[in-house]
Design a protein around this ligand. Sequence first.
Ligand code: GH3
Ligand code: MG
Ligand code: MG
Ligand code: MG
Length: 294
Amino acid sequence: MPFRIMIVDDSATNRLRLAALVARVAETVSVTHASPTLALEDAAAQPPDVLFVDYLMPEMDGVAFLRAFRQLPRCQTVPAVMITALEQRSALYEALEAGASDFLTKPADEVELLARLRNMLKLRAIERELYELAHFDALTGLANRRHFLACLDEAVERAREERTPLSLAVFDVDHFKRINDGFGHPAGDRVLHGLGTACGGLLRQTDLVGRLGGEEFAALLPAAGLTQAVQLSEALRQGIAGLALQDEEGRPIPVTISLGVATLGLAESGESLLRRADQALYAAKRGGRNQVRM
Ligand code: GH3
Ligand code: MG
Ligand code: MG
Ligand code: MG
């Protein structure tokens, strides 16, 4: 994914000049905004990798912009460069205090600006890698347990605010130990990878799948009441049972999952929702596996 460079400046000339400079750096796309308010909305939806912000803007000055920007999710560590005219150098302290990581004076020295940008992107690349490692599971590419539980809590809050339903499906591979024992541990890993890859296509765009640990997974189903959650879980169960997974030698590995579903109750916590889905999963296992219970 290319680095997203956000340029916020009320002057069209400055925006174009900066965007043209950014275009000279490989693997970047720039998004420019004349309006700080719209830029904040954009950054809230999709945090940039580097921010260039003008100091003097009629709608909101660069310092106020930076303060608001730093409050946005995942924008706390984005390198942010404040750009001012030479005579506004006193703004430097203000800008740094508001969270600017760097400072440039107009007209910017092109060589200096590009060198600084490249350095920021090098750090950003490392940060991206760390973010991936901290939030996603290496084997399946799914959200890891910690990240999934954080998303669950956020979804619970959102569902309560927006008064929309929220459901959770917890699922576990049936007799996975037998797969490991019969086909070998690497084949077991292939199954987990295949399963993780398949889940996305079997659910909706808005659903989030995570690996809770071992061969246990969970799917967060926003806006789904119990009936729809059971339908989605049933589709997932059938989709997984229909996967043609194979070991390294091409031998077919039959895989089924059991699922437990629960829908968020009034004033219920994410933790309690997870516990109830887990209990339903346990019932699905006792009931004979390869089935959905609620
Ligand atoms: P059940 O139907 O009751 O869920 O039975 P099960 O055999 O799936 O459950 P059990 O909890 O007894 O066994 C889970 C196994 O999953 C044991 C563990 O060695 C294996 N496992 C956990 N993580 C991994 C992994 O990352 N890769 C592989 N290959 N195996 C794993
Ligand atoms: Mg300006
Ligand atoms: Mg299992
Ligand atoms: Mg298990």
